[in-house]
Design a protein around this ligand. Structure first.
Ligand SMILES: NC(=O)C1=CN([C@@H]2O[C@H](COP(=O)(O)OP(=O)(O)OC[C@H]3O[C@@H](n4cnc5c(N)ncnc54)[C@H](OP(=O)(O)O)[C@@H]3O)[C@@H](O)[C@H]2O)[C@@H](O)CC1
Ligand SMILES: Nc1ncnc2c1ncn2[C@@H]1O[C@H](COP(=O)(O)OP(=O)(O)O)[C@@H](O)[C@H]1O
Ligand SMILES: [K+]
Length: 489
C-alpha cells in the first residue's frame, strides 16, 4: 500500500533552540545575523500579503521575539512605512534583542511604552512571545494581546502567535489570533494542532540554516495520499472482510455509519454484529452490508470466524451485552480498530489486546484511558498520544483539531486538514470504519491510521465547501470515494 509521503518536519521549542545554537557554533551564523534575516523575511512576507499597508504597529516583548520585531520595524521605516512601536519592557542587557532595539532607535525609530493605541494600523506585527512563552501572559502583555484582538486589523505573528505554546498548541491564557505567521528556521509542532490554528497561514523561512543542522524532527505533517489502483484481477476476497461490532439499543446508527464507511473505503465485504432490532433497517437502507443480530458470544463466534478485521465499539454501550461481545471479539486477536465504548470498557477492564491495533480516542476518551482530565490531555496532545501508544502498544489516533497519529515506536504524524463542521455526531464512527476498511485492504496499523485520518479530514473539507454548519458524517462518503481513487484535490 502507498504510505503517505511525509516531508513536512515539525520540531519542539527545545529542538529549535538547539538548532539555533548549532547554527551559531557549527555554521558560523551568529544569532543577530539570524535575527536580521528573520526580520527581512517577515517584512517581505508582510509586503507580499498586504501590499497596500502603510501604517504598521509593532508590539515587542522583552525577548528575542521582540528583537525580531524591532528589526521588522527598522526595515519597515526604511522602506517608507509609518511605524508605531510599543515595547512591553526592556530587553535583557547584552541580548540580541537589546542590540536590535538600539539599531531601531539609531535609525530614528521611537519606542513607546505600552498604552492603548490611538492611531489606526493597516497591519499589526506581533513580536511579544515566540518559542519562549512559559506561562500565561499577564499585565501589559495581556492587555496588549487583548487590544490586538479587538481592532480588526490583520495580525502578522513573528514565529509564533503570542500566547500559543509553540510546543503543544495550548494557550495558558490570552493569545493572539493571527492572519498569518512567519515561522523561522523550522516548523514548530504546536502550530499544527489544538489552538495552533491561531497562527493562520504559516510561511516557513529557513534563514539559510542548513537542513543538516536540524537533526531528527519530533513529528511530521501528513501529506495527501491514496491507495494504488486495484489490480485487474481483484475480487472481493482480496479486499478483506470487516466486521463492525456495536449498536446497542438506540445507537444502531453508529455501527451502521462505521460499516458504510468501511464499505465506501473499499473493504471487500462488510458485516455488522448488532442488536437484532437494528438488522432490518440496516439491511434495507444499505443492502450491501450484512447485518446480523447477535445476543452474545455464541452468535458472534461464527461471524468472527469469517472476518479479517474488526471495528469494535461504535454504539457498543458498556452494559452486559456490549461487554460480552467486547471480550469475545478481543480474544479473537484479529486486526482491530477500537473506538468509543470499546475504549471505555478498556479503561474499566485492562486486558491483553490484539497485535495489530488502532485505537481512536477523542480527548475525553484519551483522558479516561490515562486517568487524566480532558484538559490535561489537550495541554500536551503529543505527550498524551505517545503515552497511549506506548502503554497499549497500539497505533493511536488522538482526535480533534489537528488529529495526531502516534505509533508505539514514538513517531507522531499531524493531520493538517479538517474543520469545525466535523464536530457532529457520527464523525468518529465514520473514521473508525475508514481505518478498518484500510486495514482490510492490507495497510498496516500506522498506514491505515495515517491514510484514514487524512482521507476522513480531507473528505470533510470537500464536503464543508457547502458550509461547515450542518455537515453530516454521511456527507463525507462521496468525497471520500473520490479522494480514495485520486479523483479530487
Ligand atoms: N538565534 C536565535 O535564537 C533566534 C531566535 N529568534 C527569535 O527568538 C525567539 C525566541 O526568543 P526567546 O528565547 O528570547 O523567547 P521569547 O519568546 O522572546 O520570550 C522571551 C521571554 O519572555 C518571558 N516570558 C515567557 N512567557 C511569558 C509570559 N507569559 N509573561 C511574561 N514573560 C514571559 C520568558 O522569560 P522569563 O520571564 O521566564 O525569564 C522568555 O524567555 C524565537 O521565537 C524567534 O522569534 C529569531 O530571531 C531567529 C534566531
Ligand atoms: N473542530 C474540529 N476540527 C477538526 N476536526 C474535528 C473537529 N471537531 C471534530 N473533529 C473530528 O471529527 C471526529 C469526531 O469524532 P468523535 O468525537 O469520536 O465523534 P462521534 O463520537 O460523534 O462519532 C474526529 O475525527 C475529530 O478529529
Ligand atoms: K510572536
Amino acid at each position: 500500500m502507498t504510505a503517505p509521503s511525509i516531508d513536512i518536519a515539525l520540531f519542539t521549542s527545545d529542538q529549535a533552540r538547539a538548532i539555533d545554537r548549532r547554527a551559531t557554533d557549527e555554521a558560523g551564523m551568529p544569532g543577530y545575523e539570524l535575527m536580521n534575516r528573520a526580520a527581512a523575511s517577515a517584512f517581505a512576507m508582510l509586503r507580499r500579503r498586504w501590499p497596500a499597508a502603510r501604517r504598521l504597529r509593532v508590539v515587542c516583548g522583552t525577548g528575542n521575539n521582540g528583537g525580531d520585531g524591532y528589526l521588522v520595524a527598522r526595515d519597515a521605516r526604511a522602506s517608507g512605512c509609518e511605524v508605531v512601536l510599543f515595547a512591553l519592557g526592556e530587553p535583557r542587557p547584552g541580548s540580541d534583542a537589546e542590540r536590535a532595539r538600539r539599531d531601531f532607535e539609531k535609525a530614528g525609530g521611537v519606542v513607546h511604552p505600552w498604552g492603548p493605541p490611538t492611531e489606526p494600523a493597516d497591519v499589526i506585527v506581533d513580536a511579544i512571545y515566540g518559542t519562549g512563552l512559559n506561562r500565561a501572559p499577564e499585565g501589559v502583555a495581556k492587555a496588549a494581546i487583548e487590544a490586538m484582538g479587538t481592532e480588526g486589523a490583520p495580525i502578522l505573528a513573528l514565529d509564533v502567535p503570542s500566547g500559543v505554546s509553540a510546543d503543544t498548541g495550548a494557550c495558558p491564557g490570552v493569545a493572539v489570533r493571527a492572519e498569518a505567521t512567519a515561522c523561522f528556521i523550522v516548523h514548530k509542532r504546536g502550530l499544527h494542532t489544538h489552538q495552533g490554528e491561531r497562527a493562520g497561514a504559516i510561511e516557513l523561512f529557513d534563514l539559510g540554516v542548513p537542513a543538516s543542522l536540524r537533526g531528527t524532527p519530533d513529528a511530521h505533517l501528513l501529506q495527501p495520499a491514496t491507495l494504488p489502483p486495484r489490480p485487474r484481477d481483484a475480487h472481493k476476497g482480496t479486499n478483506g472482510h470487516v466486521l463492525v461490532i456495536g449498536g446497542d439499543h438506540g445507537t444502531g446508527g453508529a455501527a451502521r455509519m462505521a460499516a458504510e464507511a468501511a464499505a465506501r473505503t473499499g473493504a471487500g465485504l462488510v458485516s455488522v454484529a448488532t442488536r437484532e432490532e437494528n438488522v432490518l433497517a440496516m439491511n434495507a437502507a444499505r443492502p450491501e452490508l450484512m447485518a446480523r443480530g447477535v445476543d452474545g458470544p455464541q452468535t458472534l463466534a461464527p461471524l468472527l470466524d469469517k472476518a479479517s478485521v474488526l471495528a469494535l465499539g461504535p454504539g457498543l454501550g458498556q452494559a452486559a451485552w456490549g461487554h460480552a461481545l467486547w471480550t469475545t471479539a478481543l480474544d479473537a486477536n484479529l486486526p482491530t480498530v477500537l473506538d468509543a465504548d470499546g475504549l471505555n470498557l478498556l479503561h474499566a477492564e485492562p486486558r491483553d489486546l490484539p497485535g495489530r491495533l488502532v485505537i481512536t480516542p477523542h480527548p475525553g476518551e484519551a483522558g479516561r484511558l490515562l486517568d487524566r482530565s480532558t484538559a490535561d490531555v489537550q495541554d500536551d496532545r503529543f505527550a498524551a498520544a505517545r503515552e497511549l501508544a506506548r502503554r497499549f502498544r497500539a497505533t493511536v489516533v488522538l482526535k480533534g483539531n489537528g488529529s495526531l497519529v502516534a505509533t508505539p515506536q514514538g513517531a507522531v504524524f499531524v493531520c493538517p486538514w479538517g474543520n469545525p463542521g466535523m464536530a457532529s455526531g457520527g464523525m468518529g464512527d465514520t473514521l473508525t470504519g475508514i481505518i478498518a476498511g484500510l486495514l482490510a485492504q492490507g495497510c498496516d496499523a500506522t498506514e491505515a491510521a495515517c491514510l484514514g485520518v487524512g482521507l476522513h479530514a480531507r473528505a470533510a473539507d470537500v464536503a464543508a465547501r457547502a458550509g461547515e454548519r450542518g455537515l453530516l458524517a454521511g456527507d463525507l462518503l462521496e468525497p471520500l470515494r473520490r479522494l480514495l481513487n485520486g479523483r479530487e484535490d
